[in-house]
Design a protein around this ligand. Structure first.
Ligand SMILES: *Cc1c(COP(=O)(O)O)cnc(C)c1O
Length: 422
């Protein structure tokens, strides 16, 4: 047998079946070596927004590749990065003034944490505690794992992870407990920042909370001079119904992280936006106050051009209306599960829907995810449940027919499970 040297992410190679090769992508589909069109119902791990290979974005990549490859981003700058930064400031929540580039969601959050601690260090009032919400996910680097929920995913690395202060998830009707916990951490002092995924905790199980919670957390942070870092890596670019989820709470975070949908999903790029005082605290004739962070591929011009083209798509096409229509289409289809005893916690935030499949107790839980994946794969659907949480986060070009197919498959999967045939 010809064993591949490739080590895939989040993959137990001892248990996974041989992988099909994808040879092309188009719209809402991945097309495999047999010519099968697979519905990408999770937007290829949440990155694809409009659809795969949006023509304007692909054309911008081709144009940029005629002039650029990678260009060092210290000592020199370039138009794609300059134009994109201006474009981002224009559409981001008002008050964000500076844009720092990196290349993934994890690094965007690492940059945010370093900005926050650097700010307090440089103003001569050091703070180093980070508050997060229970079930949070912020990436897979050591720093972002430290901020994320602890469990089987990071048990091996636990000795290297730094301590953070965790707020209970704001369950409906018990939001005050979250506020009280945050207030008491702040009162105890030295809270540099609250790091949050606005409105939807993604990898932690698509847990949704309302905008007023985010607004109140921002008020508490302000009262104590702590910063609010919005990790919009997943929630940005329309997923929750608005361009950024923070808009629904009417807040401007002190730092905002964006990545996944920034280029429409075409190329890896990230940006960490911040308010002026954070940049200004690093502005000094004293070189020790420099923001000491970079990665080799920072602000890759071709990726920046792709992102600028994505911004142009948001302006030239009715993306907002498309998102609204998708949210309504999702809502209609989700309805049939709201009183279905096989599911609980049926929920939606904009274009994202999620529901918990009731599974028999015990160790079975650990097995249900892979079995569901196989069930959906056989039906040419890319749906990857988080444990027993089934969710859909399709690209905005998904058709009604394909949505029907996805929801019918979820229904069938639950029936198969009930009959012991999953
Ligand atoms: C995916 C994700 C990240 C990490 O992004 P990568 O590009 O995978 O490093 C960080 N935060 C949130 C909320 C995410 O969903």
């Amino acid at each position: 047998m010809n064993v591949s040297p490739v080590w895939h992410p989040f993959t137990q190679h001892a248990l996974e079946p041989a992988m099909k090769r994808i040879v092309r992508t188009e719209g809402a589909y991945l097309i495999d070596e047999d010519g099968s069109h697979i519905l990408d119902a999770i937007s290829s791990w949440w990155v694809i927004t409009h659809g795969h290979r949006h023509p304007e974005i692909m054309a911008a990549i081709e144009r940029a590749a005629e002039s650029y490859d990678q260009v060092i981003f210290a000592e020199y700058t370039h138009a794609p990065a300059e134009d994109l930064a201006r474009g981002l400031i224009e559409i981001a929540p008002a008050g964000l003034k500076h844009v720092f580039y990196s290349d993934s969601g994890s690094t965007a959050v690492e940059v945010a944490l370093k900005m926050a601690l650097g700010y307090f260090h440089n103003i001569g009032a050091p703070r180093h505690r980070i508050c997060v919400i229970e079930h949070a996910y912020h990436g897979d680097t050591i720093g972002t794992m430290s901020a994320g929920e602890r469990g089987v995913f990071n048990a091996a690395y636990e000795p290297l992870l730094f301590a953070v202060d965790r707020l209970p998830f704001p369950e409906a009707g018990r939001e005050q407990e979250t506020f009280d916990a945050f207030e008491s951490f702040c009162t105890a002092g030295r809270v540099a920042a609250l790091l949050v995924e606005p409105l939807v905790l993604g990898a932690g199980g698509m847990k949704i909370y309302p905008p007023f919670v985010l607004a109140e957390l921002k008020r508490i942070a302000d009262r104590h001079g702590s910063l609010l870092i919005a990790d919009e890596v997943m929630t940005g670019w329309g997923r929750t119904g608005s361009l950024f989820a923070c808009e629904q709470a009417g807040i401007t975070p002190d730092i905002l992280c964006t990545s996944k949908g920034l280029t429409g999903g075409a190329l890896p790029l990230a940006a960490t936006l911040c308010i002026a005082p954070i940049f200004d605290a690093h502005l000094s004739s004293d070189r020790r106050r420099t923001f000491f962070h970079s990665s080799s591929y920072t602000a890759n011009p071709i990726a920046c051009a792709a992102a600028a083209a994505n911004l142009a798509v948001w302006k030239s096409e009715p993306v907002g209306r498309r998102i609204e229509a998708l949210a309504a289409n999702q809502r209609r289809r989700l309805q049939r599960f709201s009183t279905d005893a096989r599911f609980s916690n049926v929920r939606q935030a904009g274009t994202i829907t999620a529901l918990d499949l009731s599974v028999p107790a015990g160790g079975y839980l650990s097995d249900v995810g892979p079995r569901l994946r196989a069930f959906f794969r056989e039906r040419r659907l890319l749906i990857r449940p988080l444990g027993n949480v089934i969710y859909l986060m399709p690209p905005y070009c998904v058709t009604d027919v394909d949505l029907d197919r996805a929801y019918d498959a979820i229904d069938e999967a639950a029936s198969a499970l009930a009959k012991g045939r999953l």
